[in-house]
Design a protein around this ligand. Structure first.
Ligand SMILES: NC(=O)c1ccc[n+]([C@@H]2O[C@H](COP(=O)([O-])OP(=O)(O)OC[C@H]3O[C@@H](n4cnc5c(N)ncnc54)[C@H](OP(=O)(O)O)[C@@H]3O)[C@@H](O)[C@H]2O)c1
Length: 354
């Protein structure tokens, strides 16, 4: 398959190149950057030195669709929707890493992101979460790759929601993220002396990913619970370059006598999904998921603890925002549309210690 990456000079685009250059069934034909057109991609991604002679080109639709099967969009939200209609006319399949086509609820889209320029296409798009939508991804023309925070929340919540174990309210998700989550454009908030050593609350309320978490888990509650289901999401910027750790607080409908039903719920969900790992150990330093152990991989690690003093279940997930939270998940979807094993080109083992 021949692919193009629009938005190749950003962090997610760089990660797509890192992974696709070693993908056995793929040739990267074009990588775009308006600011760096004509420059080698290694100017931005020195980790690719000696591995590619690709140079950035302009994101011109006629050019980037020539002899190309799949176009990855690693562009900011709001920009993908300006490109998608033209790309569809060229007959390519689109894997969009932005938020533009993730939501079916257009009112929620408008509330969180503003006006959509091609709302009718949102219905054509498939939410690109292989663990939820594998069959639909196979034939989708537009795949909307989930947000990084949203993925970390959904992988933790869905197993226990599907098993009918938890109340629809309150559901509290508290996420910590590394600096690459903010993208590669310089900003005052991400200047090194200001960003280093922080544990900075941001998006404490009204975070955009709340909508896609709710839209994905809601159908798995029974009808009465669906109406009152509510996710309370907050995020913090912490002193990491990559990685997300989400701590999820939920409450049992009826507290089980032991942990067996909870283990069962997670094992059921994880068993057919090669990139979800259950991490809950009795000994060692890393007894529960930790971003430190998954950096550079497409894994999402999931664990839990039951509060002995209340009805609370605390679920913890860890993933790399640029891999399972973006480029890796996009390639997992790409493998599915090609009928390849989901793990093709995604078998990296984490670097430890890092
Ligand atoms: N960073 C993450 O952890 C993460 C995780 C999940 C999803 N995402 C999503 O993935 C997308 C990319 O994120 P990122 O962090 O890689 O952003 P980024 O570092 O800011 O990169 C954005 C890229 O898009 C290009 N671009 C900007 N405006 C464009 C336009 N109008 N037309 C064509 N290209 C344009 C930029 O290059 P030029 O300006 O030079 O053209 C650059 O290559 C975003 O939608 C983001 O929300 C990111």
């Amino acid at each position: 398959m021949r692919v193009a990456i629009i938005g190749g000079s950003g962090y997610a685009g760089g990660e797509l190149m890192r992974l696709l250059l070693k993908h056995p069934q793929t040739e990267i034909k074009y990588v775009t950057s308006r600011k760096l057109t004509g420059k080698p991609v290694t100017v931005v991604n020195p980790n690719l030195d000696g591995l590619t002679s690709l140079k950035y080109v302009m994101p011109n639709i006629d050019l980037v669709t020539k002899d190309v099967d799949v176009v990855f969009l690693a562009t900011p939200h709001g920009e993908s929707q300006t490109l998608v209609p033209g790309l569809l006319e060229k007959g390519v399949r689109i894997i969009d890493l932005s938020a533009d086509f993730r939501l079916k609820n257009l009112k929620a889209y408008e509330y969180f992101y503003g006006q959509h320029s091609c709302p009718s296409l949102c219905n054509d798009a498939v939410y690109g979460m292989p663990e939820v939508n594998k069959e639909k991804i196979k034939t989708a023309r537009i795949i909307a790759v989930p947000g990084c925070h949203a993925s970390s929340a959904i992988y933790g919540l869905l197993p226990v929601v599907k098993a009918g174990l938890i109340k629809p309210f309150p559901i509290i998700v508290d996420s910590k993220t590394g600096s690459t989550g903010a993208g590669s454009s310089p900003s005052e908030a991400d200047h090194h002396p200001v960003r280093a050593n922080v544990v900075r609350p941001y998006g404490l309320t009204g975070h955009r990913h709340t909508a896609e978490i709710e839209e994905t888990i809601a159908p798995h509650f029974d009808n009465a619970d669906k109406e009152i289901m509510k996710v309370s999401f907050s995020a913090h910027a912490v002193d990491m370059v990559r990685g997300i750790l989400s701590t999820i607080h939920v409450f049992f409908k009826q507290k089980p006598e032991d942990e067996k039903p909870i283990y069962k719920a997670f094992r059921e969900f994880i068993k057919d999904n090669p990139f979800l790992r259950f991490v809950k150990k009795q000994a060692g330093v890393f007894r529960l998921p930790d971003p430190k152990t998954i950096v550079g991989t497409n894994y999402c690690d999931i664990g839990f603890e039951v509060d002995p003093l209340s009805d609370r279940l605390v679920i913890v997930t860890a993933l790399d925002n640029l891999v399972k939270g973006a480029a890796g998940n996009a390639i997992q979807c790409y493998n599915i549309i090609q009928g390849l094993p989901e793990t093709t080109g995604l078998d990296q083992i984490g670097i430890f210690p890092i």
